[in-house]
Design a protein around this ligand. Structure first.
Ligand code: FAD
Length: 464
């Protein structure tokens, strides 16, 4: 009897190494891959729609994945729509009897996956979901009285105890049965699957933006492997260098790789263990990797984190929405050097240094009193590492309404931060060449006055 054909639905796992679902599928027989530009299902469930920078990254990363899979004899098909409409059609067209995927954890995406799983099971198709996006499944750790940790340190302590398991190697190449090759061709002819270009992922607006960002990154699992090999250099001195945006190598820049699963967090962890770096630097870096786990732990347990404050009383916060102020911030024209440099770095490269993300976000929500959701949405659209958990959780942390949050009354001073973290001014000069000249905008707000206003708003909230 011929071995059963497996459909492997790739989502946030665009790699071939250390891939549990791929390893299991190859061990069982022939494999065909699928990636979808997803839309919500009939119940409105599914992952958050990709922002412009993520669409660009996904397109480029999928080109690389497709070539890598091709070398293994695995075709990668593309489709558009919800999983529950497209996946069963592809399964039927290929005559596949097993579907595998790497798990995802945002509540709406999980609900969509559960709906699909039930539909496939009802038609006799086996479905297997695999770990791989996180080090620790979010339900494996819980505080007393659980299920969700709201403070990072105890979460980290518990999560670090959970064994991570061995790395998986690259799978062996296959020869796909001719009948499956023909079936895939028929699916293409009927329009159920299509070419990558037909997914229109590169419709980013404005069009020049993708070229600008493209000058700074090489997406895809091949370049990601190189970034992983370079990780020891990034970790050397991490504990003291990590807050310096003027030092281009002060952090790993692995975030879009982890976001799209071009590397697994387990590979990253393994790389720190084999790296010849100080234990202090390695543990400081690994701690950040566990902040990612913490964000996903929260996101798994708390629906709608991207839209609603974790601390419910913040729903009443007296924000002061102002389109002109938001625009000045988005375009890096606030008159504060570190904030403007960060927003321009983001616009031009799709990435911003963590320290500057914190200062820029604090400036928006506290000094400008703009709702954190407006900043979160801007980051969602422009970051190449825009992550359904890290982004909203970090914004809520800065705004003071999230888990383990900085207290609302702690307002970053962007000028002191600039002097401390960019002491020679190299970072600001790089992204804001007119800084310090007459061409540079005047400050949009007074720091002392806007800080006072933020503290008054906070006092009002507490009094309610
Ligand atoms: C307002 C705001 C928004 C953010 N939005 C995102 C986002 O959409 N996607 C995203 O991946 N990170 C986000 N972060 C967290 C952090 O800024 C980035 O992960 C980091 O800058 C990525 O650079 P790196 O890979 O060089 O990090 P490194 O310092 O080398 O850290 C290694 C990895 O650890 C993880 N990590 C590091 N810091 C954090 C953190 N504070 N919280 C969670 N995980 C962390 C990332 O996966 C990162 O790649 C945000 C932070 C703030 C303050």
């Amino acid at each position: 009897m011929a071995a059963p054909v497996t459909l492997l639905w790739f989502r946030d796992d665009l790699r071939v190494a250390d891939h549990e679902a791929l390893a299991a599928a190859r061990a069982a027989g022939p494999v065909v891959g699928l990636w979808l530009r997803e839309e919500p299902d009939a119940a409105g469930d599914g992952p958050r729609r990709l922002g412009a920078a993520s669409r660009w990254w996904a397109h480029r990363s999928l080109e690389v994945l497709s070539a890598e899979l091709d070398a293994l004899g695995i075709p990668l098909l593309f489709g558009r729509g919800s999983g529950v409409t497209v996946v069963p059609a592809v399964v039927a067209g290929l005559g596949a009897s097993v579907v595998r995927w790497t798990r995802r954890y945002a509540p709406s995406a999980r609900t969509a996956d559960a709906t699909l799983k039930a539909a496939l099971a009802a038609s006799g198709v086996e479905v297997h979901s695999h770990p791989g996006f996180l080090l620790v499944e979010p339900w494996l750790v819980a505080p007393a009285g659980g299920p969700v940790y709201r403070v990072f340190t105890p979460f980290h302590r518990a999560a670090a105890e959970v064994p991570v398991g061995p790395l998986r190697g690259r799978p062996a190449a296959q020869v796909l049965p001719p009948a499956v090759v023909d079936a895939a061709a028929r699916l293409t002819a009927t329009g159920v699957v299509m070419g990558l270009d037909a997914l229109d992922l590169l419709d980013a607006d404005p069009p020049w933006w993708a070229d600008t960002v493209g000058a700074h990154w090489v997406p895809g699992c091949v370049a990601a492997d190189q970034a992983l090999a370079d990780l020891p250099d990034a970790i050397a001195g991490y504990r003291t260098r990590r807050d310096r945006p003027d030092d281009a190598a002060s952090t790993s820049r692995l975030s879009p790789r982890l976001r799209f699963g071009e590397v697994s967090p387990r590979q990253a962890l393994a790389a720190t263990r084999s790296a010849e770096v100080s234990a202090d630097d390695a543990s400081a870096w690994v701690r950040q990797l566990y902040w990612r786990e913490f964000s996903w732990h929260l996101t798994h347990h708390v629906p709608r984190l991207a839209w609603e404050p974790l601390r419910r009383q913040f729903a009443e916060f007296p924000w002061s929405p102002d389109a002109a102020l938001l625009r000045a911030w988005q375009r890096g024209r606030t008159g504060y050097g570190l904030v403007d440099a960060g927003l321009r770095q983001l616009w031009q490269t799709g990435w911003m240094h963590n320290r500057v993300r914190m200062v820029a976000a604090s400036f928006l929500v506290k000094n400008l009193l703009q709702p954190w959701q407006a900043g979160e949405q801007w980051f969602w659209d422009t970051l190449v590492d825009a992550d359904e958990a890290n982004n909203p959780v970090s914004w809520q942390w800065v705004a003071g309404c999230g888990a383990d949050a900085a207290p609302y009354f702690r307002v970053f001073n962007p000028e002191t931060q600039r002097e401390r973290h960019d002491p020679e001014g190299a970072y600001v000069r790089r992204w804001v060449p007119e800084y310090g000249t007459d061409a540079y905008p005047a400050p949009v707000v007074d720091l002392a006055e806007s800080r006072r206003r933020a503290l008054d708003a906070y006092a009002l909230l507490r009094a309610r």
